[in-house]
Design a protein around this ligand. Structure first.
Ligand code: NAP
Ligand code: GLV
Length: 309
């Protein structure tokens, strides 16, 4: 039996080593060296080209290297009867929490303004507010959002989260459903997007949503680029309705060199690194699923294709 690996963002070497140690009978191949597509039982992938997975007629499971599976579900030829699994935490919860907490502190302490002042040799302190008065709001409170919410709340910020179905997490205020969104936005000074990209959430970070945030609010998008309407963000920043944005994900990645986000004085850009799938922390999840499938059991962490996440 063999497993085929496809990613242009991940080094296959640590994955090959992890599989060789745990599953010595499994042949590990990359897309470049796969010999017999009919012998491939498993695929471990990040953003393969549309139609590529359909070339393996005997797949028993498709394992996503990422937590988000929107790019896979976008493939019209994705084999319909093959279970699709995603990474659930797998070391990313801690990383997302670090990134989100850093972003909250960046905006709470006005660090973007000081970074711009530094470039102008401008020594000018500004008044601040205590953390307990700086209200943080998360869109989505799933596996990754919950860890971020807990870390940010533990540092003293009031934290609320908006979800599809009600969620009770100690210390986190919950707003559930579309009717609760306006009240959630009205109390939020820094909004962090932790939603999966689905037909319901695509384009949600738009002018209508920004207008419901208080003047001076900031936005952090570490979920997916197409959640955001880029032009609406630029307009809200340039009108001084929003004070800043921290962006890790984009419609097209890498972000084009001439995209206005790169040079905007109120925007911080990072290259989709909020959480990275590391073989050290994540391979065991895939190995466990291969063992389950070989025993005839269902894999863990399967994606609900109808729901889209
Ligand atoms: P998850 O466990 O599936 O959680 C998703 C959350 O979003 C749940 O709270 C869910 O609410 C909520 N939600 C989904 N659709 C909604 C809707 N229409 N309205 C309101 N709430 C909705 O996902 P996760 O593992 O935390 O991952 C979240 C996303 O992070 C991924 O999909 C991926 O795009 C992104 N990500 C980015 C990076 C990076 O490096 N930038 C790394 C990893 C992941 P219910 O529980 O009520 O369904
Ligand atoms: C990264 O963006 C992921 O979905 O894991």
């Amino acid at each position: 039996m063999s497993l085929v690996f496809y990613s242009r963002a991940d080094d296959p070497a640590p994955w090959r080593d992890a599989f060789a140690a745990a599953l010595p009978d499994l042949v590990f191949e990359t897309d470049a060296d796969v010999r017999d597509p009919a012998a491939v039982r498993y695929a471990l992938v990040w953003k393969p080209p549309h139609g590529w997975l359909a070339g393996f007629p005997n797949l028993r499971a498709i394992f996503s290297l990422g937590a988000g599976v929107d790019a896979l579900l976008d493939d019209p030829a994705l084999p319909a009867a093959v279970p699709l699994t995603r990474m659930v935490d797998a070391g990313m919860g801690r990383q997302m929490a670090e990134y989100a907490a850093w972003g909250v502190m960046h905006f709470h302490r006005g660090m973007q303004r000081y970074a711009n002042q530094q470039r102008a040799c401008d020594w000018r302190p500004h008044p601040g507010t205590p953390a307990r008065q700086f209200r943080v709001g998360l869109l989505g409170l799933g596996v990754l959002g919950e860890q971020a919410a807990r870390l940010i709340a533990a540092t003293g910020y009031p934290v609320a989260a908006w979800t599809r179905t009600p969620r009770q997490v100690p210390g986190i205020e919950n707003f559930a459903g579309a009717a609760a969104l306006p009240a959630f936005l009205a109390r939020t000074q820094v909004l962090i997007n932790f939603l999966p990209l689905t037909p319901d959430t695509r384009g949600m970070l738009d002018a209508t949503l920004f207008a419901q945030l208080p003047r001076g609010a900031a936005v952090i998008n570490l979920a997916r680029g197409p959640h955001l309407v880029d032009a609406d963000l630029l307009a809200a920043l340039d009108a001084d309705h929003l004070s800043g944005a921290l962006l890790d994900v984009f419609h097209a990645e890498p972000l084009a060199p001439d995209h206005p986000f790169w040079q905007h004085p109120k925007i911080v850009v990072t290259p989709h690194i909020a959480a990275i799938t590391m073989a050290d922390e994540a391979a065991s999840q895939v190995i466990d699923n291969v063992r389950r499938l070989e025993r005839g059991e269902a894999p863990l962490h399967t994606v609900d294709r109808d729901r889209g996440y």
